[in-house]
Design a protein around this ligand. Structure first.
Ligand SMILES: Cc1cc2nc3c(=O)[nH]c(=O)nc-3n(C[C@H](O)[C@H](O)[C@H](O)COP(=O)(O)OP(=O)(O)OC[C@H]3O[C@@H](n4cnc5c(N)ncnc54)[C@H](O)[C@@H]3O)c2cc1C
Length: 379
């Protein structure tokens, strides 16, 4: 018969762990047999998550640093935005993994396996995953493993958000620990839409990151060169040592990922929780996990409503505009940040704004390229 579980969490990254931690905290699943599987033991600080939030969130105890003021720089304009009542928060991957695994290891009803999932399947008869050729069955599988690349249709776009960051320790006081830089466009746009962000943890320590939205990755040395150039240009007297590095790629696409297939529920990036036009994913994962657990507790069935269709349309239009180079990313975001309150922008980017508020944001963007892109996406 082989192994059988109530729930399998396939992938112990942000989405798998966020869901499982909520299941544990609810206290409603302690009589259920749960299996968590990942090919990695998650012992490396492989990413940092940044996101904005008003209230203390479910993982607030893990927040490493938070900021109330955000700089936005374009070549024409620099502004320091107070984002109250939001805070811009950062959680380090390793703190998140350590905290979750500590708690999970204390649960008698949860098995943990480190290994490669070969496939998952669900049909009328059974729901299972394959590992080392062995079938492991469950009533439900929550899957965050991306087994395939999206197959793009005519109006789908796929851009890579690729970034390299350094955590640096400077020899003097060069940063303000209350003010982060969200986007700095005062840099070359020759490789695609490029900007920097700077997240200071103290007056001398910060994560400085070079980010690009483009179709292709760059040779590794170019990211380092750009980071070095940026620090020398905007922090002229800086002497620093590198303490950590981060490199990442986030696919940004309006391809619609299937959210489920029979009793397989796709979560996280694999379940389309990445905002196509920004790459932000962390908070969408939190909302998805919260909704899934709420519905399982209420009626035993994991359900989560998809985002309203109009937000997918806005994302498609923005991706169209950036991918086809109708207008520069700098121009788009400079207009957005100079003509709207940051709180309205955050609501819009969170897919939580009212359509009347959307009109305000849309009106602040250059009409012609957006109208052209909108018509292309419709017809
Ligand atoms: C470096 C980096 C920085 C990011 N920063 C931000 C940010 O600041 N803000 C934000 O909102 N989003 C950010 N993101 C995007 C997104 O939040 C993260 O990618 C997030 O980790 C996605 O969660 P997930 O669970 O979908 O995927 P993951 O966290 O990648 O989890 C998937 C898991 O599946 C496992 N796995 C994969 N294949 C197999 C297999 N065949 N068998 C077994 N296990 C497998 C992996 O080891 C991994 O643990 C960032 C992404 C990266 C890469």
């Amino acid at each position: 018969m082989g192994k059988q579980y109530d729930y399998i969490i396939s992938g112990a990254g942000c989405a798998g762990l966020s869901l499982l931690m909520r299941m544990i905290s609810s206290g409603k699943f302690s009589d259920k047999k749960i299996l968590l599987i990942d090919q990695s033991e998650k012992k490396v600080n492989d990413r940092t998550w940044c996101f904005w939030e008003k209230e203390p969130g479910f993982f607030d105890g893990l927040v490493y640093h938070q900021w109330k003021n955000l700089w936005f720089h374009s070549k024409k304009d620099s502004r320091l935005l107070n984002i109250d009542p939001y805070s811009y928060k950062m959680i380090r991957g390793i703190d998140f993994y350590d905290y979750c695994f500590d708690r999970i290891r204390q649960q008698k009803n949860i098995d943990l396996i480190f290994g490669k999932v070969e496939a998952i399947k669900s049909d009328a008869g059974e729901t299972f995953l394959l590992m080392d050729g062995e079938k492991i069955r469950a009533n439900y599988i929550f899957n965050s493993i991306r087994f395939q690349q999206p197959t793009l249709q005519k109006k789908d776009f796929l851009l890579l958000q690729h970034f390299k960051g350094w955590v640096i320790e400077a020899s003097g006081n060069v940063f303000s620990s209350t003010d982060a830089t969200l986007m700095d466009f005062r840099v070359s746009q020759e490789y695609g839409m490029g900007f920097f962000y700077v997240l200071p943890f103290s007056s001398s320590k910060a994560l400085v990151e070079f980010t690009l939205f483009s179709e292709k990755l760059l040779p590794a040395a170019v990211y380092d060169q750009e980071l070095e150039n940026y620090l020398n240009r905007f922090y002229q007297t800086i002497i620093y040592s590198k303490q950590e590095e981060e490199f990442g790629i986030i696919p940004m696409t309006n391809y619609q990922f299937p959210s489920k297939q029979n009793n397989i529920i796709h979560i996280g990036m694999a379940g389309g929780q990445t905002k196509p036009s920004s790459g932000y994913t962390f908070q969408f994962i939190q909302k998805q996990s919260e909704a899934l657990v709420r519905s399982m507790v209420a009626n035993g069935v994991p359900q989560c409503q998809a985002a309203k269709k109009r937000f997918h349309f806005y994302d498609s239009v923005l991706l169209n505009v950036i991918s086809t180079g109708k207008i520069s990313g700098e121009n788009i975001f400079a207009n957005m940040f100079s003509k709207n309150k940051p709180t309205d922008i955050f609501k819009f980017l969170d897919n939580e704004s009212h359509w009347l508020q959307d009109i305000g944001i849309i009106q602040s963007l250059p009409t012609k390229p957006f109208l052209q892109a909108a018509l292309q996406q419709i017809f």
